[in-house]
Design a protein around this ligand. Structure first.
Ligand SMILES: [Fe+2]
Length: 292
């Protein structure tokens, strides 16, 4: 199984319908019963969701809103140095709330006039084919919980800060939104699990952890880097390799650590020409030829 599965805490539904998020004992919220009850409640919202409904409202505590405000403030400073211009411009247009966690429905409404992307709530791991496939329709699966307030700059799993500050700001860019849609079309077109994994790895090393020459420096556009307070300071020191489909599609990675191999696009045009065209046209045969 593709390693991304380990990224998410498993969610179990009991015979009585109760929903339990199985946090690992190393999770910062493991011993906090109040936090765990909230995690269970938020996961239950997503499991009970039907497409087409408004996204259910998630309740957050004042402490959690403060985590959002703090991380938003600190990341905005780092984005000025480390994010590509396309991301900065998109973030300015989206204009997310700075003092409180926005509801996913609200972020969808902000995105609607910009690129038409909408969020879908996810309790935890969404199967690859489903996660990537719906991108073709302008839909993005997102977790709704936030990291534990004891460690505002750390999360072992993707939370609403990653999904909204990382992906939401990116999805406010028409150029990025077009690439996400193409990735979705590619995921729908390929039939074998191997080709799907290749497509998803290319996504991982671009839309999640991509870096690019921009304004004379190496800067980030991947949502995973741009939503990570620590990683954003480190990426320039990693093993930076040229953008290359085969290299990205077969490169192993460890989701529990900072990504130590990154692929740099020379420009946005190059990203669109190489990766966008690949997603727009790839099928199983093409993927296997590239892998051979
Ligand atoms: Fe992500």
């Amino acid at each position: 199984m593709f390693e991304e599965a380990q990224y998410f805490a498993p969610v179990e539904t009991g015979a009585d319908g109760s929903v339990v998020v199985q946090l690992a004992s190393s999770h910062p919220g493991f011993a906090d019963e109040v936090y765990r009850a909230r995690r269970n409640a938020i996961a239950a919202l997503a499991l009970g969701y039907h497409e087409g409904d408004p996204i259910p409202h998630a309740d957050y505590t004042d402490e959690e809103h403060q985590v959002w405000a703090l991380v938003t403030r600190e990341l905005a400073v780092k984005h000025r140095t480390y994010a590509i211009q396309e991301f900065l411009d998109a973030a300015e247009r989206l204009d997310l709330p700075k003092d409180r966690i926005p509801q996913l429905e609200e972020v969808s409404e902000l995105l609607r006039p910009l690129t038409g992307f909408r969020y879908l709530p996810a309790a935890g791991l969404v199967p690859l084919r489903e996660f990537y496939g719906v991108l073709a329709n302008g839909l993005f699966h997102s977790t709704q919980y936030i990291r534990h307030h004891s460690v505002p700059f750390y999360t072992p799993e993707p939370d609403v800060i990653h999904e909204v500050i990382g992906h939401g700001n990116t999805l406010a860019s028409p150029r990025f939104a077009a690439l996400y849609r193409l990735a979705g079309q590619a995921a729908r077109r390929v039939e074998s699990d191997e080709a799907l994994e290749f497509v998803s790895k290319v996504f991982w090393f671009t839309m999640e952890f991509g870096v690019m020459r921009d304004r004379g420096e190496l800067r980030a556009y991947g949502a995973g880097i741009l939503s990570s307070y620590g990683e954003i300071e480190e990426f320039r020191g990693m093993d930076i390799r040229p953008l290359d489909l085969r290299a990205m599609g077969v490169q192993p990675y460890d989701i529990t650590k900072y990504q130590d191999v990154l692929f740099a696009a020379e420009s946005f045009d190059q990203l669109e020409d190489l990766v966008g065209d690949f997603w727009a046209t790839c099928d199983d045969d093409m993927v296997f030829k590239i892998m051979a």
